[in-house]
Every structure is written in C-alpha cells, then in structure tokens.
Design a protein around this ligand. Structure first.
Ligand code: NAD
Ligand code: DAU
Length: 345
C-alpha cells in the first residue's frame, strides 16, 4: 500500500525539490504540501507537482494549532518532512520575531500534532549552522555529538527546534530523525541567497556583493542530494538518529564568486566588497561519516557539475526569478493562492 507524506515548507526551495523528488522516486506515495506561502513560498515552485493526482497543496501556518489540527484531521500521514522555516540569516538580524514564531513555536506545534497522530517517522530539517562557527585557521570539524553553539537569531531558533525534536525522542520515544545539512543550492532557490543572487545579478548586469573579505567558507550541497538523504533518513534511519549531510566542497565565498564569474564569462570588475554581516559565521565544517557508514549516503553531484546546472537553470527560467526580484509575484497574494486550512491564522 502507498504511504502518505507531509512536506511542510514545500513551496520553498528545498521543499519543492523534495516534493518533485518524492513524487518521482516513490510512485505509490501521496504527498501533501503544507505551506503558509510567506514571501519565500511560491506556488510556481510546485509546477512539476501541479495536476498530479497524488499531490495535494494545503495552505497553512505551522505555528497555528488551528491550521495544523485541521491538517491532521483531514489526512493521516506515515512520514512528516518538516522543512517550513524562516531561513535567511540577514532577515533574522533585522527582525527575529518571525523566526521565533515559525522555527520554534511552529516546530513545537507540529511535533505535538504528529505525536498525537502517531506518525511512523518525523524527519526534521535542521542545519549545520546550529553548531556555530569554526574560526579562521582552525581545521576543527563538527560531528553529530558536537555542542550546539548557534550565533545568529536564525541559527538560534533552528537549534531550539533541533533540541525540541530531541526532547520528543527521549520523553515520548517519538521516531524523529534530524538532518543537519550544509548550504544547499539548485533550482527554485529564492534569489536573496548568495548563489542565485550572484547568477541573477550578473544576468541583469549588476555586481556581486561580497560580505567583508569574502574569505568565509561554505560547503555547497546540491539540492537533489539533500532530497535523497532525507528520503534515506525517513526509510532507513534508526529513530532518534541525527545526521550531518555535507558535500565536502568547502570553498571561500570569493572563490565561489570567481567560479560563477568564469562560468558566466564575466570578469572580476563585477565583484563588490560590501559591509560584512554582523557576527558573520566564518565556517561550518561537518564530519558526515555517520550518514555515509549507516545509510550509505554520499553526494553525487560535485560543485563544478552543480554550478553548471544551476547557472543553466537560472538562465532558462528568467521569468521565474524576474517576477520575484521585481516583487511581481506578490500580486498573487490573496487572489490566486488557496485559503488557509482550518480558517484564519
Ligand atoms: P525557503 O525559505 O526557500 O522556504 C521556506 C518555506 O517555508 C517557504 O515556502 C515558506 O512559505 C514556508 N514557511 C515559512 N513559514 C511558514 C509557516 N509559519 N508555516 C508554514 N510554512 C511556512 O527555505 P529552504 O532554503 O528551502 O529551507 C528549507 C529548510 O531547510 C529550512 O528548515 C532551513 O532551515 C533548512 N536548511 C536550509 C539550507 C539551505 O541551504 N537552504 C541548509 C540547511 C538547512
Ligand atoms: O549552512 C546552511 C544555511 O545556509 C541554511 O541553514 C540557511 O537557511 C541558508 O540561508 C544558508 O545560510 P548562509 O547564511 O550560509 O547563506 P547565504 O546564501 O545568505 O550566504 C552564503 C554566504 O555568502 C555567507 O557567508 C554570506 C555570504 N553572502 C551572502 C549574501 C546574500 C555574501 O557575501 N553576499 C551576499 O549578498
């Protein structure tokens, strides 16, 4: 018999890729997307799922007990993939409140509903940022038992959510599995994030803003590899397990920018060093041995191949990101988007 999976935050970047992946890789599964459609959620990201009889979209807020209750009253889920979150570090520095509400309260509300419903597996999407930053010059790395030392409001709320999930494992023996992936990139990534910002700026003839020196290191993981890891965790992991997910492709931001410039046939005059992000984490270096040994996961798309794919995608999908960058897609709010589940927020 087919399973039913819930993907929260499924109208965002990784969530929409995950939904396409699940519908393709598990042809007997039904998939429900539950998303509030914040500025980062976009129904256009779900065009591969649209019209598929195994796909259902429900608009709702994970932090609203009323919305989440209505969702679980309507559907019975085998798997929950919890990706809904406020995700942009710079925004969390401007205003932490929505991060606290969605990332902390939302995770608490969803955990409680999933526990009451007795779901078989709850996969929680955490992040490498929960470990905090490795300073320049250190070759330290984080494994799953490293302490959580988040340093910005976004990662602090993600660490809180991660700990809440762990508390449900110990207190209620709930079958939660936690993923801590590095920086993802791929199709449908909102162009406020570094990689799509660089690509789309260059297409528009605008420069690339480099925060500070550009020496900060990030590890770039292709989004389909993350989706494969999440599915493995849902189907194969021990309940309560935590997995780092890494690409082992750490490079300085300035070097990534140079690679993008070269791929797009442009020169260093397009680089602009700008004011640094306050408290900018220098590096997250993960030891991902556990997921390799226990689940057999290794990333399949290297950075060179992934960058070529992603540059091609943004070139071929100009209308998608141009609508976002001009604010045009906001015109759909309240009109074409479906109603919130279970009434008002
Ligand atoms: P995103 O910002 O592209 O999408 C987030 C989605 O969540 C949007 O569709 C938004 O509408 C939805 N959402 C926000 N608040 C909501 C709420 N209250 N109720 C329901 N839906 C809500 O994010 P992303 O980059 O796809 O990240 C997805 C998850 O993966 C997040 O949990 C993030 O912390 C985590 N993560 C992301 C990365 C990365 O590099 N992008 C790396 C590691 C972990
Ligand atoms: O590491 C995983 C995290 O990756 C996720 O948990 C977050 O949700 C996701 O947003 C991402 O966080 P980062 O802060 O690493 O991603 P961002 O794309 O904002 O920035 C990547 C790096 O590039 C970071 O060192 C800051 C730098 N940067 C970013 C922007 C937007 C620039 O130099 N210039 C920019 O304009």
């Amino acid at each position: 018999m087919g399973e039913r999976a819930l993907v929260t935050g499924g109208a965002g970047f990784i969530g929409s890729n995950l939904i396409a992946y699940l519908l393709r890789e598990r042809p007997d599964w039904d998939v429900v997307c539950f998303d509030k459609l914040t500025y980062a959620g976009n129904l256009a990201n779900l065009r591969l799922a649209e019209g598929n009889p195994r796909f259902t979209f429900v608009r709702g807020d994970v932090a609203s007990s009323e919305n989440v209750h209505a969702l679980f009253a309507e559907h019975s889920f085998t798997f929950v993939f919890h990706l809904a979150a406020e995700t942009h570090v710079d925004r969390s520095i401007q205003d932490a409140a929505p991060f606290v509400r969605t990332n902390l309260v939302g995770t608490a509300v969803l955990l409680e509903a999933a526990r009451a419903a007795g779901v078989a597996r709850f996969v929680h999407m955490s992040t490498d940022e929960v470990y905090g930053s490795i300073p320049a010059g250190s070759d330290e790395s984080f494994d799953e038992s490293s302490p959580l030392r988040p340093r910005n409001p976004y990662s602090a709320t993600k660490a809180g959510a991660d700990l809440l999930c762990q508390s449900y494992v110990t207190t209620f023996e709930m079958p939660v599995t936690i993923a801590r992936p590095t920086n993802n990139y791929g199709s449908y990534q909102f162009p406020e994030k570094f990689l799509p910002l660089m690509i789309t700026n260059l297409i528009e003839g605008r420069p690339i803003p480099i925060y500070g020196s550009g020496e900060n290191l990030r590890d770039w993981l292709y989004v389909e590899d993350t989706c494969r890891a999440l599915l493995m965790m849902a189907e194969k992991a021990e309940p309560g397990a935590i997995y780092n997910v890494a690409a082992d492709e750490l490079i300085p931001n300035i070097e990534l920018a140079r690679r993008v410039l070269s791929l797009m046939g442009q020169g260093p005059e397009m680089l602009r060093h700008v004011k640094d992000r306050p408290g900018h984490d220098f590096c997250y270096r993960l030891n991902a041995q556990r997921i390799r040994e226990e689940l057999g996961f290794t990333p399949s798309v290297g950075l060179d191949e992934g960058l070529s794919r992603v540059v091609a995608w943004y070139r071929e999908n100009e209308s998608w990101w141009r609508e976002i960058k001009t604010g045009e897609y906001v015109k759909y709010f309240g009109r074409q988007y479906p109603e919130i589940a279970g009434g008002s927020q």
